[in-house]
Design a protein around this ligand. Structure first.
Ligand SMILES: O=C(O)c1cccc(C(=O)CC[C@H]2O[C@@H](n3cnc4c(=O)[nH]cnc43)[C@H](O)[C@@H]2O)c1
Length: 248
């Protein structure tokens, strides 16, 4: 199976790819560039081929990059990965969150009665669900919190907004800016999606001095090293299902 892993920026792509590099480190091929200028790192582990793409920040950029790559390759799984803000105390900086739901948390309408999600307005959907078994195994293998990850277009920077999001999504583990865009593109291609976030900061009042980007990137690398075998196993089952479906 070939997996497409979409990050926002190159530092995240490098950290994910580092976790998917077999030991000892072989000569690593140069990144390929897709139409649109997207850089792709290719990793071939036994049983798992992965393309790691830096697609830009925010849900729209992520959806455009993911759709571009999916139109050009034969993938069996799409993963949104990168750093993110963690809801406290469940997901402290340096920890890892695997999504059991990918939620468009600020896509909708603001009303006198509060926020109404786009799905309740009758347009499209507000949540994508990763395959439950895959997400559970991934979370367990990586020692991650398994919880909903919210996609937002605006990074939360106040205690009030953090409290409002937590009230609407009491079990949320993290927020980030790309997961829902990646998931929409995956769904348009009929593909399953997963989201993995290394936590760089707490969701809450803006405090740039408290960011732990290095720890979050290290958590991503360690997480993907642990996730490799889970993806291999899931890919084998996927190939089996695909062969079964294509039999006359
Ligand atoms: O300027 C700020 O206060 C600020 C705080 C957190 C993140 C940013 C970014 O511009 C990073 C966006 C980038 O990183 C992901 N990310 C990391 N932490 C968060 C977060 O708390 N909320 C949402 N996104 C976050 C995100 O997926 C983007 O790729 C600025």
């Amino acid at each position: 199976m070939r997996a497409l892993i979409v990050t926002a920026v190159a530092a995240e792509a490098d950290s994910v790819a580092a976790g998917l590099t077999p030991h000892p480190d072989p000569a690593v091929p140069e990144p390929r560039t897709l139409p649109g200028g997207y850089a792709v790192l290719r990793r071939d582990l036994p049983g798992l081929a992965a393309d790691v793409l830096a697609g830009g920040v925010g849900p729209a950029a992520a959806a455009a990059a993911t759709a571009t790559a999916l139109a050009l390759g034969d993938y069996g799984l799409v993963v949104s990965a990168g750093i993110g803000g963690g809801f406290q105390p469940a997901a402290p900086p340096g920890s890892l969150v695997v999504a059991d739901a990918i939620v468009a948390a600020d896509l909708g309408a603001d009303t006198a009665d509060g926020f109404v999600p786009v799905q309740e307005l009758g347009f499209g959907r507000s949540v994508h669900l990763p395959p439950a078994e895959l997400a559970a195994h991934a979370g367990e293998a990586a020692g991650a919190l398994l919880a909903p990850v919210l996609t937002v277009s605006t990074v939360t920077g106040t205690a009030e907004r953090a409290a409002a999001l937590a009230a609407r999504h009491p079990s949320a583990g993290a927020e980030a800016m790309e997961g829902f865009g990646v998931a929409e593109a995956a769904a348009a291609h009929g593909l399953p999606v997963l989201e993995v976030r290394g936590i760089s900061n707490a969701v809450g009042p803006r405090d740039r001095d408290a960011w732990r980007i290095g720890d979050a990137l290290a958590a991503l690398t360690a997480g993907f090293r642990a996730l490799g075998p889970v993806l291999v196993h899931w890919g084998e089952q996927h190939e089996h299902r695909r062969e079964h479906r294509s039999r006359p």
